[in-house]
Design a binder for this molecule. Sequence first.
Ligand code: HEC
Ligand code: HEC
Length: 378
Amino acid sequence: MFGIRINMAETRSQDRSVETDINGLRQALCALTAVVGLAFAAVPGAVRAQYELAPGDGAGLVGDPEAGKVFWETLATSSCKNCHGIQGQGGFAPPLAGRGLTTEDFIRAITQPAIMPTFPQYTAQHMADFAAHFARMPPVTTPGSWRYPMPPDAGQGLMVAFAIGCAQCHGPELETPRHNAGAVFADADFEWFKKHVYQHNAVVWDYWEELELANMAPYVRMGTYSPDRLPETVLAQIWEWMTEEGLLTPVTASLPQPELTDDGAVYTLTLINQGLRDKGLVAEDATVRLVLPEGAEVVGASGAGYRGIKPDPESGNDAVVWQLERIAPHDRISLQLTLAAAATKENNLSGYVAWPGQDTKHPERLNLRVGQRPRSFP
Ligand code: HEC
Ligand code: HEC
């Protein structure tokens, strides 16, 4: 289908250096749970974990089903869940629950590239724990469905990304890699793309460091693809689709719960462009709108580019508006709005930042909601 040839001959990836002790990744993951989503936050103990597992490595290991369950539920293994289902009930990939899969089955799956990439970031013990966890689950009667179904009008490169599984993690428009490439726009060519797919686990740490996000995510979630299974000519079709659709500006926002002061409830919206200095895409002429809930009373608003209160064309409500000339890589823009009283959960402040895309033909837009913490690209 779609001219994809994925070579099923068995190969093992080479060049995996073992850099760290077995417990390192686990410790890093514990540290992580506390800080997920905090851009630029320092996380002690980030580990560049790569393990060179061989088929026999599970021999003699005893899996701990509780540890397996806990690890399965961490963000680190969101990667597995995107394809195998949140409960291992299947989806794009076969079910894992209640099938009696062994530690060796798991090790084989993460070390031998197929449709599924390899995951050199996990240990044999992780796989033993997964095997124990899924073995005690009941068998699946109805396998789950794909996390993202393929849109009927998908173009060639996007179809390929769906067929291989990229889209189950990266969404129906491959947003994450388009943001990542936008973050390093001047350097983003097929060579860059290839490196991040075929040597993912090895290069991603340097990439984070380059973006000065080195301490942001002490784990790697994507797998590493093999050109034997995903040939360059096929990968090129995905890149072509992404660049035709256009690369995206890595602007991220946080809008925490308001601070309650004598003047009222103070909301602070912070916008950050996580791109690489002098290389990443710039959001130019961005409009920020915080749409006021019914009955909200504005005490004041401040921050660069404040334009006053205007009707919001989408909701018909009033919106507090800012117009920003540029959100360039490493800019950190803070905007404040004070309401006489905090909005309620049911009738909350919301909004969006919108700008004409520099590389994409479509306008770019970031929706805002209270409680939102900065996410990162990745
Ligand atoms: C991109 C989608 C995808 C991701 C992500 C993924 N898998 Fe898979 N997995 C598959 C597919 C598809 C298969 C069936 C074999 C094949 O074609 O690769 C499979 C097979 C397996 C099998 C063998 C099942 C059997 O029937 O023998 C195991 C075990 C497994 N995966 C575990 C994992 C674990 C653990 C993770 C996370 C570290 C993971 N997978 C992530 C797609 C995925
Ligand atoms: C299992 C989920 C998953 C699958 C499947 C997946 N990715 Fe990713 N990808 C990620 C995540 C998560 C990141 C962010 C880095 C990380 O944590 O590994 C990422 C990052 C990237 C990046 C940015 C560069 C970088 O190193 O961070 C590119 C490019 C990319 N993916 C392309 C692809 C392509 C192409 C495919 C399919 C061939 C694919 N990905 C499949 C999860 C996935």
